[in-house]
Design a protein around this ligand. Structure first.
Ligand SMILES: *Cc1c(COP(=O)(O)O)cnc(C)c1O
Length: 227
């Protein structure tokens, strides 16, 4: 494991990473367990996309950051059905839709609340007991039902490789995710145009970008190790 202990300012790190990114890659600052002061530094350095793992933590922060009307909030952590209602109201993007029932629940709520959240489907290409998500076979089987979730903008896949893979194995996971997105898009199911690939974290974002990521989710490399 790399050690992302703090060196340089948050603004320096953001600037350095931005220099290496193609223009189409959206940098999401993952601010779970990060102070409001550090988030403010990121905002001042130009970050307008923040990712949070937990609805409750995000709710407390959003309450303090109401003046940030130009920020897009991304939910990146596992969502329990009983928090789906809040999540739809708080997040423009939900990256962690990880099973059909949840997608259908969100679709219902989106209709009721007159919202149309951007959604990524979380996929698990290698077995990983610590992660949620569809296997390829499960996802392909669920596509017709997902296609009927008309109040969701299902536009991406999200993945997190298991810990402990070699670089080439990580690249394999990212490339397979990109291929899966292309396979889905080729089916031309209504409402399932998968253009976004949410993949890459502090340890592996360079490999993800090289494999076609359109959104990277960076925490520790910007803010330092979480305590
Ligand atoms: C915490 C988290 C990240 C950020 O991880 P870092 O290693 O801190 O960059 C990205 N994606 C998800 C889903 C996370 O839970």
């Amino acid at each position: 494991m790399s050690d992302f202990s703090r060196s340089g300012t948050i603004a320096d790190r953001i600037a350095q990473i931005r220099q290496t990114l193609p223009a189409n890659v959206r940098l999401i600052a993952v601010s779970k367990q990060v102070s409001i002061a550090a988030m403010q530094e990121a905002y001042d350095a130009g970050i307008r996309d923040f990712g949070e793992s937990r609805v409750q933590e995000a709710e407390a922060k959003q309450a303090q950051l109401r003046e940030w009307s130009d920020v897009t909030w991304h939910l990146i952590g596992h969502l329990q059905a009983n928090k789906a209602n809040k999540a739809i109201r708080m997040f423009e993007w939900i990256h962690s839709v990880d099973h059909l029932k949840l997608a259908q629940r969100l679709d219902q709520l989106a209709a009721q609340l007159d919202q149309s959240p951007q959604v990524c489907l979380q996929v698990k290409l290698l077995p990983d007991p610590n992660k949620f998500g569809w296997t390829i076979a499960e996802l392909l089987a669920d596509l017709p039902a997902l296609s009927e979730c008309q109040h969701l903008n299902i536009c991406g896949l999200m993945t997190i490789p298991p810990l402990g893979l070699s670089q080439s194995e990580v690249i394999g996971v990212f490339q397979q995710t990109r291929e899966l997105a292309a396979t889905i898009s080729r089916q031309q199911l209504p409402g399932l145009d998968i253009q976004e690939l949410s993949m890459g974290m502090s340890e592996d974002y360079a490999l993800a970008v090289q494999s076609g990521a359109t959104m990277i989710r960076l925490g520790r490399i910007l803010f330092g190790d979480r305590t």
